[in-house]
Design a protein around this ligand. Structure first.
Ligand SMILES: NC(=O)C1=CN([C@@H]2O[C@H](COP(=O)(O)OP(=O)(O)OC[C@H]3O[C@@H](n4cnc5c(N)ncnc54)[C@H](OP(=O)(O)O)[C@@H]3O)[C@@H](O)[C@H]2O)C=CC1
Ligand SMILES: O=C(CO)COP(=O)(O)O
Length: 331
């Protein structure tokens, strides 16, 4: 087990839950958040009351307000900020780049506005050749914070880095599976959020269990088509990082993406739903899934209707009817 520190960048629910899980192994963890007042609260409370209340910090977890301090003795860095803040965080990291950097991220989404995968953004900002890993899978932060049984995927281009991360995360109630398929893992985590908005809308409109499962299954088909075309593997997309996370997010109200869909179906506007729920990655990713699909000549009909509702003001019932009116075709 590695004892050298790891820095977690991002003091949201997920950065905090992962920092706690990494620290449960006894490894030193520096948790950096951008707001010094928030960090001061975490230092005195020994928990993140703003974002993950009730999950006590293990002794080896140290909140940090200064990025330079968080990175001073950590060559392993895990980014857990939202996708819209990913590039900016990489740029801050570049300015303080540790010697021998190995970079992981737990962000789920494509870069808003460009549709780039996170690994492409990493290569652009930090250069090629860096050991990279994605932490993903069906993992609600609150449940990880409470120590409830969880399984996740650690996908990496570097087998040693994957093994080091998985060893640190793995524990009595936590199973970390390794994979070499970074792209499949990334696409699964980004696309499932879009489909979960659709599942929330469907349930909110009262469509029932048949429609929900039809969306999940046909959503998986969209995810696999897109993921394979981008270079990901089918096994990854039908595993924890793809189907697992898709089912979790489409079926449980802990999901913000699902709740956003429920809110739209109840008549709330996109802005009202966002204000109520906070971060909704799928609302940003829908346009990017459509952009990537169009570029590759791949059909993504569910993502298109989510994009229409979120970005073009199409009412939920009309979007659902568009999907139902599509031509009959072989499965
Ligand atoms: N929550 C979950 O269960 C899971 C989340 N994820 C993914 O993790 C990522 C983060 O989500 P989550 O932690 O839940 O989000 P939260 O909404 O809980 O928190 C977002 C955090 O990001 C911080 N942040 C926003 N912009 C910046 C920035 N420019 N620089 C630094 N920090 C910034 C916010 O800081 P501030 O508090 O100051 O606003 C906040 O602490 C998302 O991509 C999500 O899909 C993945 C798996 C599970
Ligand atoms: O990614 C998640 C669980 O795996 C969290 O999903 P939400 O962002 O929809 O809450």
């Amino acid at each position: 087990m590695l004892k050298e520190p790891i820095a977690v960048l991002g003091g949201g629910a997920w950065g905090t839950a992962l920092a706690i899980q990494l620290a449960r192994s006894g490894r030193a963890v520096r948790l950096w958040a951008r707001d010094p007042a928030h960090v001061a609260e975490m230092i005195s409370d020994r928990e993140n009351r703003r974002r993950l209340p009730g999950a006590a910090f293990p002794d080896s977890l140290q909140p940090e307000a200064e990025l330079t301090a968080a990175l001073a003795d950590s060559r392993d860095v895990l980014i857990a900020v939202p996708s819209h803040a990913f590039r900016e965080t990489l740029e801050a990291l570049r300015a303080n780049r540790p010697e021998g950097l190995r970079l992981a991220w737990a962000t789920k989404g494509f870069e808003p506005g460009t549709g780039r995968l996170a690994e492409a953004v990493v290569a652009e900002v930090l250069g090629e050749g860096l050991p990279m890993a994605v932490l993903t899978g069906p993992t609600f932060a609150a449940e990880v914070g409470r120590g409830l049984p969880t399984a996740m995927t650690v996908a990496s281009t570097d087998a040693t880095f994957a093994a080091d991360l998985a060893d640190t995360l793995h524990g009595d109630h936590f199973r970390a599976y390794t994979s070499p398929d970074l792209i499949g893992a990334e696409v699964g985590g980004a696309v499932k959020n879009v489909i979960a908005i659709g599942a929330g809308v469907s349930d909110g409109l009262g469509f029932g269990a048949n429609a929900r499962v039809a969306l999940i299954t046909r959503g998986l088909a969209e995810m696999i088509r897109l993921g394979e075309a981008l270079g990901g593997q089918r096994d990854t997309l039908t595993g924890l990082a793809g189907m697992g996370d898709l089912v979790l997010t489409c079926t449980d109200d802990q999901s913000r993406n699902r709740r956003f869909g429920l809110a739209l179906a109840s008549g709330k506007s996109v802005d009202e739903a966002r204000a109520e729920i906070g971060l909704v990655e799928g609302a940003m990713a829908a346009a990017e899934v459509c952009r990537i699909g169009a570029g590759l000549g791949i059909e993504v009909p569910i993502a298109e209707q989510v994009h229409a509702m979120v970005d073009q003001g199409v009412p939920p019932l009309e979007a659902a009817e568009q999907l139902l009116r599509r031509e009959r075709k072989p499965e």
